[in-house]
Design a protein around this ligand. Sequence first.
Ligand code: NAG
Ligand code: NAG
Ligand code: NAG
Ligand code: NAG
Length: 461
Amino acid sequence: MLLTIPLKVISAHFFFSYTSCCSLWGNVQTTPDIPAIAKYFTTKGRYEEVNPYLIDDILAVNKSLVKPPSAECREIHLTAIIRHGSRYPTTKNVKKMRALHNLVVQKASGEERWLREITQWKMWYTDEMDGRLVQKGVLDHRHLAVRLSKLFPSLISKEKLQDGHIKFMTSSKHRCVNSTLSFQGGLAKLWDIEDEEIDYEVNDALMRFFDKCTRFVETVDKNQSAMAELDKFTSSAEMRRVQEKIADRLLVPYSHITSDMAEAAFYLCAYELAIKTINSPWCQLFDEADALVLEYANDLKQFWKRSYGHDINSKSSCILFHDVFSRLDRAANEIRSGSNVTEAATIQVGHADTLLPLLTLLGFFKDSVPLTSDNYVTQGQRAFRTSRMMPYAANLVLVLYDCSGNLRLQALLNERPLAFPGLADNQGEEGAPLYQDVRDHYGELLQGCDFEKECQLFPSK
Ligand SMILES: *[C@@H]1O[C@H](CO)[C@@H](O)[C@H](O)[C@H]1NC(C)=O
Ligand SMILES: *[C@@H]1O[C@H](CO)[C@@H](O)[C@H](O)[C@H]1NC(C)=O
Ligand SMILES: *[C@@H]1O[C@H](CO)[C@@H](O)[C@H](O)[C@H]1NC(C)=O
Ligand SMILES: *[C@@H]1O[C@H](CO)[C@@H](O)[C@H](O)[C@H]1NC(C)=O
């Protein structure tokens, strides 16, 4: 297919709009004014909050953080599984925002400047936006492509692309297809081949396996009882306190602020930052303690819907798990037999709902105690924190190295090394264990983890 997206590098509007926010707030700054609560936006957070050095230079890579296991290692294959870039809210969330906005316009009073700004704020989100990729999301993927090619120059290179050694695959959702096109566009611009065709494959069996796993759909996705811990937390004292503090700030009766509205206000602050790079007056409705509670609420949701909460959540990704290992095996076998690697890089674009089950199946970010409605306080230092794991354009990159005949595997999440759980005593040189040890560690899954079998509503075993 042809690259039809316009390759204007940066839309001045999206990139520089933060300057207007700062004069609005009376404190002219040279750096963008980022809300203090921005690091708690869970799956609606910016990638820059996970890697703040990108705020100064969006194309910077940290080669002292991401490097080969040792000097003798040569990168031979990488598989990247990437979430789509920043997007508009879904229709469901737009409706919640509208309800909140209407209430504030009609009922809020008070003299503070930010409150006046909220009441003057224009509701510009519409139902038709329905989760589409925004311009910032185009840039997320364009820039990620350039950074990955800087980190792995022999795998993501112009020659490899033109010789057909880089494969692209995407979920059929418009935001994922457009993210894939943006990633390709970033490379095309970098290498000045903007008029060349780059292929991609739409594959929902692999990138939207969750929709096709009947047991997951019936026992978790469509089953309200599967979210019991989230429901309990939504009516907990912690959550109620957040709602009351919002009501106090708006000078409205406590009964007016529902948990949906608290959530809508939090995500309005998140979307205004992610989409427009502005610190919106909605952010003033929260302090850090409130943000931590709302962060926990969404972590609970992700935990029970996509992760360790129910076994089928991770098992639904068996099909992608096997796909990833079959690519690694193929590259390993090609190297062992002295031939060239056919697929230098595989770029797979999907959803948070694609990545979280796979990370879970692989055992990453597992706390010793599950997240529940009543252990918010003791989970303060939890590993399972989607603000860190799953911002827009979150990416899991698995890199296979040939180290003088020994194959090693390195895992990176969001351009940072990620230690394979359970292989702690055997991390090898610089955190990349032998590929064979990784295969042994996941041996049981490699032997089993059959998608068809796991996803039957009534398992036959
Ligand atoms: C790069 O990574 C190193 C090692 O972790 C760290 O010390 C350094 O601060 C990082 N550089 C930047 C710019 O973040
Ligand atoms: C995707 O890109 C195409 C081509 O630029 C554009 O027409 C379409 O509106 C975009 N869709 C989304 C969901 O962003
Ligand atoms: C719904 O979830 C609950 C809690 O996990 C479970 O006990 C129940 O069997 C599920 N219902 C269905 C229809 O799977
Ligand atoms: C491997 O690739 C190199 C460089 O592209 C080429 O010269 C060589 O002939 C290839 N070897 C095989 C076995 O295909």
